[in-house]
Design a binder for this molecule. Structure first.
Ligand SMILES: Cc1cc2nc3c(=O)[nH]c(=O)nc-3n(C[C@H](O)[C@H](O)[C@H](O)COP(=O)(O)OP(=O)(O)OC[C@H]3O[C@@H](n4cnc5c(N)ncnc54)[C@H](O)[C@@H]3O)c2cc1C
Length: 400
């Protein structure tokens, strides 16, 4: 009998790195950040850098939401192809969104290095490969538009991919800018760094009442404790969709599994992130401790979440798909888990003001590159607070 975990790998690997008091008395702050996941960590860091007085509130322990489940592939690529996004919002705007993703990956590399964050960060390449002959034709067109917009891409033939990575497919786009990290550890480390320079953090504290459409905004915790603040920044993840009338995203369950450490792959495999053109797509990467991580098999969002039996079936299916494209691989499952995942109509996030709530800004990075959007939010949110209107805020706005 093999007893498997139902918890995400990152939680087990790292344990509870830092914990904070819950809020038991009234608080006043310039900016209140709601949510202690990777988005809250990044945005609160940007606000601290600008000199704001910041308090961060988290209803669970730090980084125990989606940030503990994420597979943390940092990609400039959006779930909606540049070709399709160009049709939806225009080619110039679509290219701007893709280029912003590249800059975000460079920015997080700099942030990790400058602050010496111990979070398994590795710069990598990314290979988007075709799962069928038909898909390869479309992907070649995608390659051409990406090349036109100087996104650092090279086309690899099926033969080159087989030789270099050992993957059977029909050709693919290799991109020079990507990275991976341990998002759980990153969020903890970045929040701790800012706590050490004055940011207030309270965990196990849930905000349940929002009085934002008044001159002096305030929110209340589930214990009735009042927080008065100048602005609220919602970094509260997929659950935030419940407080919005605008239907901004569809939610899915998604599944991931990691192998044991004794797995040997071609040298370049270790330095590359992979995803393919099938729907839902399969993705994979190596972890910083030498495991192969595979994910995908998205299915309709269900409550109650993640029954054990479904997770087991999905994990088996992921491994079968892997076996088809890499027949000689010896993947021995060590951990598997499930998480909630959101998808918007254009693959873009919602960052900025919702017409439903005054005195507040939202950072809701959906899709397979949600984290890349959260990095972009650092500049967008600080610019919006300073009264500017950055170009990206136009593409990521509510009501679009
Ligand atoms: C299996 C899986 C794989 C993924 N893979 C990738 C990937 O490879 N690359 C990528 O970029 N993205 C990926 N994603 C998406 C990525 O995980 C998310 O975009 C990211 O984690 C969102 O972080 P967050 O901080 O916004 O949300 P969360 O980590 O969920 O943080 C939000 C926090 O807000 C808190 N909160 C909510 N409401 C309240 C309240 N009222 N009061 C107080 N606190 C509150 C929650 O407890 C939570 O901790 C993946 C997601 C999953 C599930």
């Amino acid at each position: 009998m093999r007893l498997r975990t139902f918890e995400s790998f990152w939680l087990i690997k790292n344990g509870l790195l830092h914990s904070y008091p819950f809020l038991d008395k009234a608080l006043k702050t310039d900016i209140l950040v709601i949510g202690g996941g990777i988005t809250g960590a990044l945005v609160s860091h940007a606000l601290m850098e600008k000199g704001y007085q910041v308090a961060l509130i988290e209803k669970r322990d730090i980084a125990q939401g989606s940030t503990s489940a994420t597979t943390s592939m940092l990609q400039y690529e959006i779930d909606v192809s540049l070709t399709d996004l160009a049709e939806q919002i225009g080619e110039k705007a679509a290219a701007t969104c893709y280029q912003a993703g590249r800059r975000a990956i460079q920015a997080i590399a700099k942030l990790v290095k400058e602050n010496k964050l111990d979070c398994g960060f590795e710069s990598k390449e990314s290979l988007y490969f075709a799962h069928s002959k038909e898909a390869a034709k479309k992907l070649k067109q995608e390659f051409e538009i990406r090349e036109k917009h100087k996104l650092g891409v090279t086309w690899l033939s099926a033969k080159e991919i087989k030789t270099t990575y050992g993957i059977i497919c029909f050709g693919g786009i290799l991109s020079d800018t990507a990275a991976s990290l341990d998002a759980y550890k990153f969020a903890h480390e970045l929040i701790k760094l800012n706590v050490d320079r004055g940011m207030k953090v309270y965990d196990q504290t849930e905000i349940t009442e929002f009085k934002l459409n008044q001159k002096k905004p305030e929110v209340l915790t589930s214990d009735g404790v009042k927080i008065s603040c100048g602005k609220v920044i919602f970094c509260s993840g997929f659950e935030t969709t419940r407080m919005l009338k605008e239907n901004i995203a569809d939610l899915f369950d998604t599944y991931a599994t990691v192998s044991e450490q004794r797995i040997t792959l071609k040298p370049k495999f270790y330095k590359t992130l992979f995803w393919n053109t099938s729907e839902p797509y399969l993705y994979m990467r190596m972890t910083d401790d030498g495991r192969l991580l595979i994910g995908g098999e998205d299915s309709q969002f269900r409550m109650p979440l993640f029954q054990q039996s479904i997770k087991e079936k999905k994990s088996t299916k992921l491994q079968e798909t892997l076996q088809e494209i890499m027949p000689s691989i010896d993947f021995i499952e060590d951990f598997s888990w499930a998480g909630t995942f959101g998808s918007t109509k254009d693959g873009l996030p919602y960052i900025g003001k919702s017409p439903e709530y005054d005195n507040s800004l939202f950072v809701l990075g959906f899709g397979g590159n949600g984290i890349t959007f959260s990095i972009q939010a650092m500049d967008i949110i600080t610019a919006l607070l300073e009264g500017e209107n950055p170009e990206l805020a136009e593409y990521y706005r509510f009501g679009r």
